[in-house]
Design a protein around this ligand. Structure first.
Ligand code: AMP
Ligand code: GLY
Length: 398
């Protein structure tokens, strides 16, 4: 299959790796040193590139092109795309729309109020404040007292002065990411994954894009989470905006059961890095099935294995990215894969350039083995300021 892949981060390297194993002709709209040897880089505007190339399928990794309506534009030219339309991507791109959708359809989630721009804040002692719209990992404040709530609301108004603000009940419990491919009607779930969002060991420090991920996570609530995703897909179809793509449910497992914190309209990163290593078949026919609204009537095959991805970042991440030569990298083996998130080739030299630089995934028959393999490989990474959490996948319930 001739495939155009949009996006150039660790998630897209993982997608390219999974597709590349099955002999597809890959083309990339972004550069990533990890793409070397996997296909042809044709940097440029994704729509123009797709029109020139006429691929069998366009696979879209990040949220920004979805929010910009790339899938709708490709549809208009009859080019199949893996990803939701702009209207369906609102599940991610508007936190307010998404919350109202969840409440309208009785999907379990935190109670919430919407503040219109300029509306005064009611008395609240604690809660979670969210800015509407894509905020690139920022725009969510978990507040434990009233002064924090007030500060968060002012900050939210500063970031998006014309936008609505969501004021949510604060929930507690472990978090899990459950993703499913959806053709608009039917879904096929992927193994439950856990992302470690905080910067430092012990879940301390600021929220980040993700410091590491593990899958599968053995949780009794998985079926319930999958059922919630299925209900969401049915509700989207009912509203006339079928969701075709990968639906990502971010759940908090509360004492009262799983609650949706958010939807994403794309693969999570680094979740995608572990999920791709666990696939036991070619994902291309599944992505094409999603694009055509016709998923096979079975679930996608995954390996009986565990995967653990440790993200190696710049020491200043999430505030600052790296700028250093990559002096050493572990070799890929059947049990270890390295995906590039923030590297670039400059004059023949591989350099660390991003905040999240590399994702190192270990695969093994148990979560412990996967973790040991990932960390053994991570210790071989050398660039100035290389930094990582030492407790990815270490807690009991993984
Ligand atoms: P979001 O971007 O909505 O996933 O929020 C980012 C992070 O904020 C989540 O991963 C949670 O750790 C936290 N969070 C979001 N909503 C809530 C909530 N209602 N209660 C507690 N924590 C939350
Ligand atoms: N890892 C979380 C995300 O991709 O949004």
């Amino acid at each position: 299959m001739k495939i155009l892949l949009v996006g150039g981060g660790g998630r897209e390297h993982a997608l390219a790796w999974a597709l590349g194993r099955h002999g597809h002709a890959l083309h990339f709209t972004h550069e990533n040193p990890g793409f070397d040897g996997l296909g042809e880089v044709v940097v440029g505007d994704p729509l123009e590139r797709a029109l020139a190339l006429r691929p069998d399928l366009v696979v879209i990794g990040p949220e920004a092109p979805l929010a910009a309506g790339l899938v709708d534009k490709l549809d208009a030219h009859s080019i199949p795309a893996f990803g939701p339309t702009q209207a369906a991507a609102r599940l991610e791109t508007s936190k307010v729309w998404s919350k109202e959708f969840m409440l309208r359809h009785g999907l379990p989630t935190a109670r919430a109020q919407v503040l219109a721009p300029g509306q005064t804040l009611p008395m609240v002692e604690q809660g979670v404040i969210k800015v509407d719209g894509l905020a690139a990992g920022k725009g969510v404040w978990v507040c434990t007292d009233e002064s924090e709530v007030r500060r968060a609301v002012s900050e939210a108004m500063r970031i998006n002065p014309k936008g609505k603000i969501l004021l949510e009940e604060r929930l507690s419990g472990p978090e899990v990411s459950v993703l499913a491919l959806s053709d608009g009607t039917r879904i096929t779930p992927l193994p439950a994954a856990r992302d470690h969002k905080r910067r430092f060991d012990g879940d301390r420090g600021p929220n980040t894009g993700g410091m590491g991920a593990v899958a599968p996570v053995g949780i009794p609530e998985r079926e319930e989470c999958v059922e919630i995703l299925q209900r969401a897909v049915a509700a989207m179809a009912h509203e006339g905006v079928p969701f075709r793509g990968v639906l990502y449910g971010g759940f908090m497992l509360t004492k009262k059961g799983p609650r949706l914190l958010e939807f994403n309209a794309r693969f999570g990163d680094p979740e995608c890095q572990v999920l791709m290593t666990l696939l036991d078949e070619d994902p291309a026919p599944w992505f094409l099935g999603v694009a055509h609204g016709r998923l096979p009537g079975r679930t996608i095959r995954t390996r009986w294995a565990h995967a653990c991805c440790v993200v190696v970042t710049a020491d200043g991440y999430p505030e600052r990215g790296a700028d250093a030569a990559v002096e050493a990298l572990p070799a890929d083996t059947p049990d270890v894969v390295v995906f590039h998130s923030g590297t670039a080739r400059v004059g023949g030299e591989l350099r660390a350039t991003g905040g999240r630089v590399l994702g190192v995934t270990g695969i093994g028959p148990s979560s412990e083995m996967a973790r040991e393999r990932a960390y053994a490989a991570v210790r071989q990474v050398r660039f100035e300021g290389a930094s990582y959490r030492s407790d990815i996948g270490a807690s009991l319930w993984t």
